[in-house]
Design a protein around this ligand. Sequence first.
Ligand SMILES: [Zn+2]
Length: 337
Amino acid sequence: MPKLVSFLLIIGLSVSVSWTSGQDISAAQETEQTDPAQQKLDLFHQMEMLTNVPWFYLAAMDQYEKNIRPSQQEDKEKKQLLSIQIPPEEWVGPQNPDAEDTSLASIEFFNGAGMDGDGDGLADPTNDFDLLFTVATRLAQHGFTEDDIRIGIWEHYRSHKAVKLISEFAKVYKTFNTIKLEERAFPLPIHSTYSYRSTWGAARGWGGRRIHEGTDLFAHYGTPVKSVCYGVVEVKGWNRFGGWRIGIRDLNNVYHYYAHLGGFNKDLNIGDVVKPGDVVGWVGSSGYGSPGTSGKFPPHLHYGMYKYNGKTEWAFDPFPSLKRWERQEWDKRRKKK
Ligand SMILES: [Zn+2]
């Protein structure tokens, strides 16, 4: 009898094991299908086939709007994949008495912008396909060269900053052929000798500002300095206080500032695309004088982070991010071994 019980138990166990593993597979497939980034990417690709507007410009516009959207409007993003918005009065037409009109005929009558992308006869701004089709069709009117698209973006946003940022994002998306670019790196090799502590807002630093906006990472001369993120080089050259410094904009509108460098990676120019871990220069002690001034303070990397919300730019404390990236790199190393 005990033998039969254990036999049944084993059967029962193996059934439940195979049942759960089967469930795990379908759960994994489901996550893949419902991954919002992948769904968005698919949508951008579909729209490129339909309108000939390169997918990476549509992705860049969506990312631009995501970055400038106030947080109270995040509700909309939960229901819809896209962050792109067209104001209701523009969608339905300024004279249209119905601000939520989705009838194609009456939107056309009132000269509204709204179009029907999925062919259901409605122009619905809460339908991602209709929304993106409307935006892409607008861009397509100006042509498909890089300059044409920039003119289209200008006509849509009427902002030089928007054109600049969207062009930068598009370049990054095009280079890596994806929008999944969340990876980050620590700015110094984690096996090198360095030290840093939280000095946010300290009255004195080597920053030359009233308060110290950044983190100083002390290291030996010549230690490689790496990009922490995917992004575009916006600034490179001499600054009276920062010395040899480089500025990189990431896809979340964060500007990463690396100062007091001993020198730059010579292959890197303004407008170039970088990825996490790319060497941008090396640690030095440049700054506080005319170009080339060096050695007035111990060698260190001054690293600053600045967020732009479409209106203003402000510095925030990089220390917690540095700690996180450092830990992630150590974790990655441990896993490899
Ligand atoms: Zn500093």
